[in-house]
Structures are given as C-alpha cells and as structure tokens.
Design a protein around this ligand. Structure first.
Ligand code: SER
Length: 319
C-alpha cells in the first residue's frame, strides 16, 4: 500500500500536486484520475484512470482495487461556476467526498487529503486575522459544500477512525496550470496578460483584498500536512492557512516594478459580490504549531516568478 492517487488531476491544483508527488515519490507510485484528460505531458506519465468522482460504483471499484496509501481528492466545482449550477456543485462536491470517505471506512485507503477553502467564511466572520474557530458563514454553494465537507471529515475521523486531513486554501496562484471557475482566478490571469504585454481588465474592484498563496507554498503545505504524524493533526475539520493578502491594485503595483508599461482597468462582475463576503487575512497559528507550517513567498517574490515563467513560455496553460 504505497501508491497514491490524485482525483481531479486535470485541475489547477491537481496538475501542480501530481508534478510534486511524482518528483518526490516517482512516477510509478502516483496514479491520476479525472473526468477529463490532463493537458500536461509530464502528469500523463503516471497511470491515468478515467473517473467520474460522483459515480459511487466507479469510485469504489478504483479505490478497492487500488488499495491506496494516500488519496488526494481535489475534484470540485469552485465558487463562481458553482453559483451558475448550484445543485450540480452540491452533488459533485458532496457525493464525491462521501465516496472517498466511505472507501476509507472500508479500509481501502489509509489517508485522505481533501481541500477546504476561505469560502467557508462569510459576512459574520472577522475580516482580518480570522481565528481557526471563527464563525463559518458561507454564502456560496461552493462554501456551503466546503463547510459541510469539513464536518463530514471530522465525523468520519471520530466515528470510524478515518485519517482525513484538510486545509482551507486561500486563492492559489501558479503558472503550470489554469484555474477554473474561481473568484480568485484574476490573480493568475493578471500575470499572464502582463507577461504578454497586454492590458488586463480585472473582474474584482481595485481595493478588494483577499488571502492568496503561491502554488509552491500550497503544494508544500499539502505534502507537509500529509507527512505529519497522525497524532499531531489535532484539527480534523480543516486548518486555516495563510501566506499573503493583497488587492488587485497592489498586484498591479508589484507587476509595474518589473513591467512599468502594464495597464490595469477594473470591470467588476458577479464575482465581486462573492469576494466581498470573504476575509482579507487568516490566522494560521494552529497549522504552525501542529505541523510546522510556514509560508515562504511574498507578493513581490511571486510576481518575479510568475512573470519570468510566463515570459519564458515554460507554462502549460492554454494560450
Ligand atoms: N479559489 C477558490 C475560488 O475562488 C476559493 O477557494 O473559488
């Protein structure tokens, strides 16, 4: 039981996590699953399983046959897309999680990673330095599914001893994969436009601060959480996680230090209303204490890496 499976391997986080797991554990120890084929040659060197995560029978067949040491279950519909298809988002986000939790209860999976999000917070949550046990007040279907999922994770841990671990990710920013359907996606697109010398029209307001994280930090957090001894994991809902907090206008300034001609305009859409319910910054003291979490990159360091990568064309995003 030393194989690991990434479900949702074609997604923004899936591609990055598979690349990191392959380089740590070897291509053959990683299996990848998704409903669509990942657009990345390196990722596809691992065994690919075509899988609809909502299909209980198909999921249980894969997990019983695979007897995986670790399953990273990332398949989900994000905040903006979820608002267009609320019931489909609920079905996908909940049913797929329950499918994996049930498989672990049966003993087919030793350890599960499942992502939660800052979308569990809402209008009655403090805006700054949100404590681990702050009020959860989700306003999107995505956020409601993450809140419910957190409690399902703790339930399976407490009732059945399932070793399931989770992080409340902020907006994730990387250059090896495209984000899809999130409210924080602007923070990836803005770099791609800037690197290509194009003006960018931002769908959030200039002063909308949100918690964000460079992808390498997010992947490292995930792998460190999964490598920690089970006794250290005191929180079985989901850990707060923080790296940086910035507004679109602050990213624009950071970009202009390296690309002075960059032009940024603002045309807020329905995603602004979602962003307004989320906090600016998160307190991640529990993650630091329990398994040693420490972010490494700040905004300007990330800007340099993102622009360099997009300018060099060493990216796997669609044009
Ligand atoms: N990045 C996600 C979104 O914007 C938040 O978890 O939906």
């Amino acid at each position: 039981m030393s194989k690991k499976l990434v479900i949702g391997a074609a997604g923004q986080l899936g591609i990055e996590l598979v690349l990191a797991l392959q380089s740590k554990h070897g291509i053959d120890s990683i299996h990848i699953a998704d409903i669509r084929v990942p657009e990345n040659e390196q990722v596809l060197k691992s065994t690919f399983l075509h899988l609809d995560a909502i299909d209980e029978g198909a999921m249980h067949k894969v997990l019983e046959e695979g007897q995986y040491e670790e399953v990273y279950h990332l398949a989900a519909m994000l905040s903006a897309t979820g608002e267009k298809r609320p019931l489909a988002a609920w079905d996908l986000n909940m049913q797929s999680l329950l499918n994996v939790l049930e498989a672990a209860k049966e003993g087919w999976v030793q350890r599960i990673f499942w992502p939660s999000s800052i979308a569990v917070f809402g209008p009655s949550t403090p805006k700054k330095d949100v404590p681990q046990n702050a009020t959860l007040d989700p306003t999107t279907v995505y956020g409601i599914s993450k809140q419910a999922g957190e409690y399902w994770c703790r339930y399976y841990h407490e009732k059945y001893g399932v070793d399931v671990r989770s992080l409340r990710y902020p907006g994730l920013i990387g250059h090896r994969s495209v984000p899809g359907g999130g409210t924080t996606d602007y923070a990836v697109e803005i770099y791609e436009y800037a690197a290509k010398g194009k003006p960018y029209s931002c769908f959030l307001k200039a002063d909308q601060a949100l918690p964000m994280m460079y992808m390498d930090d997010a992947v490292r957090a995930t792998m460190e959480l999964m490598a920690a001894p089970a006794k250290n994991i005191r929180i079985r809902t989901s850990y707060n996680l923080h790296a940086m907090s910035f507004t679109p206008s602050e990213v624009g300034e950071s970009i202009r230090q390296l690309a002075p001609e960059f032009q940024l305009v603002y045309n807020p859409d329905q995603r602004q209303a979602i962003a307004e319910t989320w906090p600016d910054s998160i307190n991640d003291q529990a993650a630091a204490e329990d398994w040693g979490w420490k972010p490494e990159l700040n905004l300007d360091q990330m800007t340099q890496l993102m622009l360099d990568a997009f300018r060099a064309g060493v990216v796997h995003t669609k044009p």
